[in-house]
Ligand binder design. Sequence first.
Ligand code: NOJ
Length: 953
Amino acid sequence: MFNRPRMHRSRPPLPGSASRRTVLWPFVISLTVVLMVSAVKQEDFKTCAQSGFCTRNRAYAELASGTPDWESPFRLDPTSLQLEDGVLTGDLIHAPTSSSSSAESGGALNAGYTIEVHLLDSDAVRVRMNERDPKRRRYDGLQKSVLVKPLVSSTQYDQLGRDEDGLFTINYGSRRQNSARIRFAPFQIEFLADGVSTLVLNEGGLLKIEAAQVWSDVADTRTRTPMERRLEQGMWSERFKDIIDTKPRGPESFGLDITFPDIEDVYGIPEHASSLSLKTTRGPGAQYNEPYRLYNLDVFEYEIDSPMALYGSIPFMLGHSKDKTAGVFWMNAAETWIDIEKIESTSGSSRRTTRTHWYSEAGVLDLFVFLGPTHRDIFKQYSSLVGTTALPQSFSIGYHQCRWNYISQKDVIEVDAGFETHEIPYDVLWLDIEHTNGKRYFTWDPKQFPDPFDMQLHLANKGRKMVTIIDPHIKMDRGYHISKEATDKSLFVMNNHLKPFDGWCWPGSSQWIDFENPRAKDWWASQFSYDRYKGSTNTLFTWNDMNEPSVFTGPEITLPKDAMHYNRVEHRSIHNIYGAMFHAATAQGLSTRNETLQRPFVLSRAFFAGSQRYGSVWTGDNKASWEHFEVAAPMLLTIGLAGLPFSGADVGGFFGDPEPELLTRWYQAGAFYPFFRAHAHLDSKRREPWLFGEPYTSQIRAAIRTRYSLLPFWYTLFQEASMDGVPIIRPMFFEFPSDEATYRMEDQFMVGEALLVKPVTTAGATQSEVYFAGNEKWFEFYDGQVKQGPGVQSVSSPAYKIPVYQRAGTIVPKRETPRRSSKEMENDPFTLVVALDSKGEAYGRLYLDDGESYEYSRGDYILREFKVQGSVLTSRSLNRQESETEWSFIRRYSSLKVERIVFQGLSEPVSRVVIDGRPTVVESWHDVAGKQHVVIVSRANLSIGQDWSVSLS
Ligand code: NOJ
């Protein structure tokens, strides 16, 4: 049995400014203790009413809905339109009509705006609006960090010009299947897919662009009505608690409504602890009072079922219905709120229309519209802009063991030994902040971790890795090399007086690296070289935490919005991408620290659109409760739908102590999260998988071993996601897009297209209701029992397993021998589990490479397609087969074998199996209900690198 090490309680965080530190000390400790035990402190975070621009934009929407015959005051000047090389430009004029005139707010609106509509080669359309002659230049530098490559204009479009209704139409796409129909007055753009209205901009007339300017520019002394006061709230400065946002640029927010006609369900815009299909925030019977908020924040023990902002933000939304799908990416990294309303359809459809209203505090209006036509096409289109998930190091899809904190080298060795003793596989052991020398990242506590090389070697000998935490707050200490160098090179974020900003975080008084500064990224990346990060080895990887960034003394526990970055960029404009820039710089550091490029592994808490290019994310500080466990599935599905598939939730719950049943159920579900890590708070009891005794140890072991047996399947899914941006775990509707019963289903999900997983999230439950979609069979993962879709069926879910089913028509590659780590499975043979559909067919793939380098991009990989048709299973290469390197890789791996093949769902008994011309002895059986015959080939001995066939008769 594992010996519990003595608890080491680290000094808690110290909110309070450096100068007040001594005085505040006792208060601070008690505040922190409260923080450690209580639930989310709502009052630490703004509501819409406490945010000026949120109030102003919501008030504008209220004014619109309360004004009969409301019309948007924006008009497009017909004489200004020009379409050249796929880009339409024109002048937008703000000319209030009588219905909207009271929306004039203190002269804070500009009269002239520009609009650009870019038709792109990916069939996406980019729409940009900006002030024509701004008094203050708006931030417009996001694309350098968000977009993967320069955009290419489409050549495939026809300009139809103005029709008799005065609408200006452009048809675009290879078949000219899409149209953008522009109305001049009031201004509106309607997007149609195959003639069907699919997404409309400004249909509700909520477009509003404030002019960036300061109070002296306006010098307006009018008296105001209450509505006018709301329309101007917080324009020139704003106080939250005792901190004042000085707003040196005045108001510069903008908002727009985006309508999804006859589409009732919209998804995306993570991160919120909310439902998969987004809830209404406006209109009669609204499910939330507050809009969904996107503002990366360190929200302690977050509330469930809430639109409150959390650690990450991806302003991507997908609208989906039986007959149409549309996506929108709102490219803005400032604080953003989104209202959602369901309104009656105007087309006569029985389905309601979803109207969304987006508003951001700063920057320019810059959005992308995707019309598919299928939801899969939308992921291709979106990811062609922001990138797909980086193919991870293969170890990183194994199991990760973490806690705050493994307190010493001895502790590490003992925990590692526990896994050996209990024969539980794992790949990575994690060290939280206490491993450092006084929270100075890139250092080790010399007493507790005297020999980090030896410790890493100890793990590496078993194919295991280590991860250490590196946060973006840098302890203010001239004796600390990182602090000194960053100061000397002027790489820190400044305050609004252009002096280095200092705030409070784990190390006490700290500063934050300015990743907007182009020199900062390379400098930060260089800190990961082995000679600078002393004690690091090539089996050491990184965890980026607190990168919203979390600032204990800042407004809403983050950097003030008027803090200043390189080139006079206000923090306000780039807040939501700060964490992703840090993540990117760390990933660069890990991939370049070796002589040849290696794939990095970096986990990040904050994220933005594009973070998938740098590594994985997790859902932050959840709680050991059944509710937090339950909400993890919709949260992860939503993050995946926003293009970031490599995500997980702390298994077991971060805060508190899970009862063993909850912990076990969480492991069983967590084994099907793309990122699978157990983690626990400093004050929680130890909970390594064997500490609760039987039957829990065996049940947790079985869950982790299931994960390991499926690693070939997971790795293949990651490769697919890295090519076309599809999520890895998928909502049911993703696989069954025309089945309306799945549109709000979030308590079960698909892993790829083959496996259905239903977490058991109720204490004591041993029976579960599972929805079997489609008209085909589903095969129970562990015993092959058959269920026939469609419909809900009650299935048994005893304590030792959760419902997992393989869909008919799929082939899942596995490796079945349990080993210590994924590395130790590298030479093991494969099993193919075939689940035949009613036509006797099935399809699957297997992807394989060295799991760590980028050599795959030169052809060093194996991609196989397995197919059953007409009672013959064939294996065929999908390699591009273009180069000799590719061939040599395939030859090298040819000794790897498919050893076992399980055919499920045969409608007839099989008497003869012939492998590449040789008859073979097999095992066969049929289930008692006579629903299927099963054949198992145990010694197939077929090379993974070659084509072959197995025929059944
Ligand atoms: C906050 C993170 O969310 C948590 O996972 C971590 O353990 C603590 N910071 C300490 O580093």
